[in-house]
Design a protein around this ligand. Structure first.
Ligand code: HH2
Length: 271
């Protein structure tokens, strides 16, 4: 498993979708996706996370064939130009399987391996790194009325249970990453409580991946940031806060700016 001692890894987001919340449609064509991958690699990305289905609040699910048609050519094209580790952001075991065959080495599953009855067995069989993310509900309705009595306790115990289930199914312990799923079935107060407790999540003994880039949480704090591309300042603040809390990787759209912020943060002795 990839790790850096001085600062978190940076995972660059490559959405090959028409409808992702902040970059939908921009990288849907193969050339555009490959150019964006090149830019992220040059900017210092450690991993590229490729997604062919939006999971933004209210997103409509797509079929397996559509998702495969979107992601496989991009994985193959990046593999031609670079050996950067690739992650596949999918809920579907068949898409994860095809992506790993094409050269991905990580399965990023925002359902925490619950979306399909085959998810756990597929993760074990593939033997790749697996990101288990917490989500309350499904993307279509998750922001309608999320509720928790104690968000930190509930999210962490759910993640621990999913990691235990994954290991029972045969996933190696050192392949498992945990992600609190900021914005996935959570209100601002839930997200802030989870951010504040990130060090306790890392203390469970699995590397933590944090996805905060351009999210609505930033707009909930700064209501002028209506356009997701106007949320860079808030995204960087959350990334550095996560770094200070010991997260192992940060999933971002703005790779150059985040790598720079983390390098400076580490040089200041914070790492
Ligand atoms: N957030 C998004 C998608 N995938 N995966 C993990 N592990 N953690 C996250 O926080 C996370 C994720 C949402 O962002 P984005 O990919 O930009 O949007 P969309 O789902 O609309 O494609």
């Amino acid at each position: 498993m990839l790790r850096r001692k001085d600062r978190p890894l940076v995972m660059g987001v490559l959405n090959v979708t028409p409808d992702s919340f902040s970059d939908g449609g921009r990288f849907a064509a193969l050339d555009a996706a490959l150019d964006q991958a090149r830019r992220m690699i040059a900017a210092g990305a450690d991993i590229i996370d490729i997604g062919g289905e939006s999971t933004r609040p209210g997103a409509t699910p797509v079929g397996e064939d559509v998702e495969l048609e979107r992601v496989l050519p991009v994985i193959a094209a990046i593999r031609q130009i670079s050996d950067i580790p690739l992650s596949i952001d999918t809920l579907k075991p068949a898409v994860a399987r095809a992506a790993v065959k094409a050269g991905a080495s990580m399965w990023n599953d925002v359902s925490g391996l619950t979306a399909s009855p085959d998810s756990l067995a597929t993760a074990a069989d593939l033997g790749c790194d697996v990101v288990i993310m917490h989500m309350q509900g499904k993307p279509a309705t998750m922001q309608d009325d999320p509720r928790y009595d104690d968000p930190v306790r509930e999210v962490f115990s759910d993640l621990e249970a999913r990691a235990t289930a994954a290991m029972a199914a045969g996933v190696a312990r050192d392949k498992i990453w945990l992600d609190p799923g900021i914005g996935f079935g959570k209100r601002l107060e839930h997200n802030l409580a989870l951010m504040a407790a990130l060090d306790r999540l890392s203390a469970l003994g699995f590397p933590v991946l944090l996805g905060v880039s351009r999210k609505r949480t930033v707009m909930a704090i700064d209501p002028t940031a209506i356009d997701p591309r106007d949320r860079l300042g808030g995204s960087l603040a959350m990334a550095l806060f996560g770094a200070a809390k010991g997260v192992a990787a940060i999933r971002v759209h703005d790779v150059r700016e985040t790598v720079q912020a983390l390098k400076v943060w580490a040089a200041l002795g914070a790492g």
